[in-house]
Design a protein around this ligand. Structure first.
Ligand code: SF4
Length: 399
């Protein structure tokens, strides 16, 4: 069986548009050229990561110059390219287009579409456990080819966000929350069965570390990475970020679904070597450790997965932003599966996550969910309904 191909190309420091265009072409040429993926007359959906109204220099969103370079290469093949995206849950994609400059591309003859305004169709996912059927924009189903243009960044709930995770923006709005409720990692693997990009071109010019995928710190990486297998691309991104890909469960789950390979001996790496470009990305929890709260203890069960861990890191950051950290003073928060409750005053305990439900007792506060939503945890901690749910820190970052 042919190996998956991933090309790592270095751009000049802070590249200008022409340099980006050249490097995108070089990266795609290195894995067979656009003609390998796109035929004359094809309808091609180009899917950037435009999760939130933040410019690409924050590391949160795809640089429009990368998307434009990809579209131009598609057009050279005599195909029609549409840039299409749906921003984070509850957000206004048109506003994101304006902030990131994608709206201006329309004046230059490019098609830029908000998935949220497109009619949805239901699509079955074979052998799925979390999303057996899912609503997706009709346009993405009509496409002959999908080209994915993600970022390279950390993710407060999943560890990292690259190619596979970016396809969540190709779902109908209401389906995004469903994935969070029913199993995010498994759900991401499953949606990639039906939303399967032929080509991935990573905007690795500026990545994001720390509390990604939106509130972390930008990292100048100067990379364009192209690949024909999203599992292989995410595996390579992990190695570049010095993250063990096994710690990002959806990558393995996607491999098990036959979407691609994590095995480096089955990936043909072209261009720069990982050792030449790798840089340790600070993980979300490292940002959180700086925050000191008297008497507060955060305890994870031995089997607690990254869902609860990263939710709690995100919650603390969220409460810090909202000036609510006082509420955590003297509290012990137990997240995920706990063998036995500690012998302390029940009023100072908060249980978090569906796995902790079996320890529920009268008088102990509890936040449900798998993984739990930020505002459910904050409600349990503060005892106050979180009215501004649409401005919830996590919700802003969700796709
Ligand atoms: S409730 Fe359990 S399975 Fe779900 S995110 Fe938390 S620890 Fe993981």
């Amino acid at each position: 069986m042919a190996k998956s191909r991933v090309a790592i190309i270095r751009t000049p420091e802070k590249p200008v548009e022409e340099e980006i265009r050249e490097k995108v072409r070089e990266a795609i040429e290195a894995i067979g050229g656009m003609k390998r993926f796109v035929k004359p007359g094809n309808l091609v959906i180009v899917k950037p990561n435009l999760v939130i109204s933040m410019t690409s220099d924050t590391g949160a969103t795809t640089d429009l110059r990368v998307s434009k370079a990809v579209v131009d290469l598609v057009r050279e093949q005599g195909a029609r390219a549409i840039i299409a995206e749906s921003c984070g849950t509850g957000g206004d994609t048109e506003k994101v287009f304006r902030t990131t400059g994608y709206d201006k591309l329309r004046d230059r003859g490019y098609e830029v579409v908000d998935f949220k305004k497109i009619q949805n169709v239901e699509v079955p996912i074979p052998n799925a456990h979390v999303v057996e059927k899912v609503m997706v924009p009709e346009l993405i189903r009509q496409a002959d080819v999908i080209i994915n243009i993600p970022k390279i960044k950390t993710h407060d709930q999943l560890g990292m966000s690259g190619a596979l995770k970016n396809m969540k923006g190709g779902l109908a709005e209401k389906e995004k929350n469903r994935l969070h409720k029913e199993g995010l990692s498994q759900g991401i693997a499953e949606i990639n069965v039906i939303l399967r990009p032929a080509l991935t071109v990573v905007d690795g010019i500026i990545g994001q570390e720390g509390l990604g995928p939106v509130f972390g710190e930008p990292v100048q990486m100067n990379l364009i990475i192209a690949g024909d297998d999203p599992v292989a691309v995410d595996t390579v991104l992990c190695h570049i970020m010095e993250i063990d890909p096994i710690d990002v469960p959806y990558i393995k789950l996607a491999e098990e679904k036959g979407i691609g390979t994590m095995r480096m001996d089955k990936i043909d790496l072209i261009g720069k070597k990982i050792n030449e470009v790798k840089r340790r990305f600070k993980m979300p929890e490292e940002d959180i450790k700086k925050i000191q709260i008297p008497g507060f203890q955060l305890v994870f069960g031995e089997k607690s997965c990254t869902g609860c861990r990263n939710t709690m890191y995100s919650v603390i950051k969220d409460m810090d932003t909202k000036g609510l950290l006082e509420h955590l003073k003297g509290l012990t928060v137990l997240a995920g599966e706990i063998e036995k409750l500690p012998q302390i005053d029940k009023r100072s305990l908060v249980l978090v996550g569906a796995c902790a439900a079996k320890n529920k007792e009268e008088g102990i506060r509890y936040a449900p969910g798998c993984p739990p939503r930020n505002y459910w945890v904050i409600e349990a901690v503060t005892g106050a309904p979180q009215q501004a749910r649409t401005s919830d820190f996590r919700q802003k970052s969700e796709k």
